[in-house]
Design a protein around this ligand. Structure first.
Ligand SMILES: [Zn+2]
Length: 218
């Protein structure tokens, strides 16, 4: 994620858009804005626009340029359309709006990256992802609906799962600097070795370390 900005709407924002209830966090809910021209900045500005008279809000808006966090992630927003019960999406889920403006492929890339990082941070898998549709039956995120097949939604979850896996693999990989320190010891041993078998073994082990740290074998 290249760009993540926190720009919270004030407590007491009109129409109870920042109610301040503790978010009983269980899931992350994905939406589309339903507005082809509105950017993340526009969506954030709308939440504090004096002409906005709707009790509706969301935690994060993502567009082609990055993401804006509009409400703290430990407070609830009104995005799921399913009331205020303690098990509702509104009380248990982070609401993330995907903008439809500009380069939507880039927006999707940003969303995949951000959602994967958020799942990783919480030790979660993609079974923690929800559509707005799952809470209230609204056709949202509409750009993943595909006439009821929801193939875009399934593809989004697959992409997030793949990114989550690659984040974990990158994390488990040995750091090249550490590998190279150990290789320096091995090369000293290589220099001291009396026989070819010992030298070959030191060489083999050095290459194992190079592979484990994503470096070229030698
Ligand atoms: Zn929605």
């Amino acid at each position: 994620m290249t760009n993540y900005v926190k720009d919270h709407i004030p407590k007491g924002t009109a129409c109870n858009r920042r109610p301040g209830n503790v978010l009983l966090l269980q899931t992350i809910t994905i939406h589309n804005t339903g507005n082809p021209s509105s950017t993340a900045k526009n969506e954030r500005a709308w939440l504090t626009n004096p002409t906005n008279n709707r009790t509706a809000s969301y935690h994060i808006v993502v567009d082609e340029h990055g993401a804006i966090e509009c409400l703290p992630l430990n407070e609830n927003a009104w995005h799921a359309g399913d009331g205020s019960g303690v098990a509702s999406g509104n009380r248990t889920s982070i609401g993330m709006e995907l903008c439809e403006s500009g380069n939507y492929a880039k927006t999707l890339n940003n969303a995949v990256e951000l959602v994967a990082a958020m799942l990783k941070e919480r030790g979660w898998q993609v079974d923690r992802l929800r559509r707005h549709y799952d809470w209230s039956g609204k056709i949202c995120p509409r750009k993943m609906y595909n006439g009821g097949k929801w193939s875009g939604w399934n593809m989004f979850k697959e992409r997030v799962a793949a990114r989550l896996q690659s984040i974990k693999e990158e994390e488990n990989m040995m750091k090249p600097a550490d590998a190279n320190k150990i290789i320096a010891f091995l090369s000293a041993a290589h220099g001291l070795a009396q026989d070819k078998a010992s030298r070959d073994e030191a060489h083999r082990l050095a290459n194992e370390l190079r592979k484990a740290s994503g470096q070229k074998e030698q």
